[in-house]
Design a protein around this ligand. Structure first.
Ligand code: PBG
Length: 331
């Protein structure tokens, strides 16, 4: 009878041994927590397709920020739902817009909490696209790249003025990092980093977010600016451009169906890589958990571990507080 020479199970025998050789360890520091802010008073309204995620009015936001802080979360990503929308997304760069007000409030309540502002126009335009629409002579409507950049720069600068610690442009216009970098520098914010949504796919996984942010395009889709899910070499070109334009961090979005892209960015660039565990990834797990089909806690931690193992230095996740608490309980 022959026996195995190599026995992998030796290092799996006890929890302590497994802990000793664990290659990937999640901590609360890995997470960025996205929060939806809205107008009104005393609003804490659950988003139907994202159980456990809410719209908060400014007067109810503080309790959520405290909850994040208590769980050890050090960064939030703010999304605003404005009162009014128009063709050019005016409320995105209103100095007293919802994101700007929320930023000021969070920095007042929790000066150490990092505020990352999502810079896009789709929540603020009545047509729901991430830029300005121009009608071509052919009749087709298209998002005008360079004109949109000017508005995005104004949005980013107003967010920095409000006290945002980091700007996260998610619009996928060409040259947005360069334009926003120049705009921030000119306005005196050379020290504010840009977390670029470098590799953002035209994905069905944003469905619940668009319900939450009321940001679904009113015509057409985002395929002329967001990427084709089939492409990875193009992802490297996108990231390369952002690095050249001065991005400080590179994001891959969504995460779950794009772990190979996360890995590719990690291997090709030295900047921190951020994975966005998006709304439908969250919703799928919640729906199955509500049916009793899976162990939510174990599944969420396994997914987040997978994203980190794939190469993510940071993960934007609606489960940030839950995961931080579960990790604290586990240890
Ligand atoms: C705005 C934006 C979107 C998300 C983040 N920023 C939606 C989109 O591009 O349609 C999606 C986040 C999620 O699904 O969790 N451009």
């Amino acid at each position: 009878m022959s026996y195995p020479i190599v026995r992998h199970r030796r290092l799996r025998r006890t929890a302590a041994l497994r802990g000793l050789v664990r290659e990937t360890v999640l901590t609360a520091n890995d997470f960025i927590y996205p929060v939806f802010v809205t107008y009104g008073t005393n609003v804490k309204e659950e988003i139907p397709s994202m159980p456990g995620v809410y719209h908060f009015s400014l007067d109810r936001l503080e309790e959520e920020i405290r909850r994040a802080q208590d769980a050890g979360i050090q960064a939030v990503l703010l999304f605003g739902i404005p009162e009014t929308k128009d063709a050019v997304g005016t409320s995105a760069y209103d100095p007293n817009g919802i994101v700007q007000e929320a930023t000021r409030a969070v920095k007042r309540w929790a000066p150490d909490m990092l505020v990352i502002a999502d810079t896009c126009l789709c929540q603020f335009t009545d047509h729901g696209h991430c830029g300005v629409i121009h009608q071509h002579p052919s009749g087709a409507a298209a998002v005008d790249n360079d004109e949109s950049l000017e508005l995005l720069v104004r949005a980013a600068v107003s967010q920095a003025e409000a006290g945002a610690d980091m700007i996260a442009p998610s619009n996928m216009m060409d040259g947005f990092v360069q334009a926003i970098r120049a705009g921030l520098d000119d306005a005196g914010y050379a020290d504010i980093p840009i977390l670029s949504y470098s590799v953002k796919y035209a994905s069905a996984f944003y469905g619940p977010f668009r319900d939450a942010a009321h940001s679904a395009p009113q015509f057409g889709d985002r395929k002329t600016y967001q990427m084709d899910p089939a492409n990875i070499r193009e992802a490297l070109r996108e990231a390369e451009t952002d690095v050249a334009e001065g991005a400080d961090m590179l994001m891959v979005k969504p995460a779950l169906a794009y772990l190979d892209v996360i890995r590719a960015l990690k291997e090709n660039f030295d900047l921190p890589v951020v994975a966005y565990n998006v709304s439908a990834e969250y919703a799928m797990v919640k729906a199955a958990a509500a049916n009793g089909w899976l162990d939510e806690r174990a599944i969420v931690l396994e997914l987040l571990t997978g994203m980190k193992r794939a190469g993510a230095d940071l993960i934007i996740t609606y489960d940030a507080i839950n995961a931080a608490k579960w990790l604290a309980e586990r240890s």
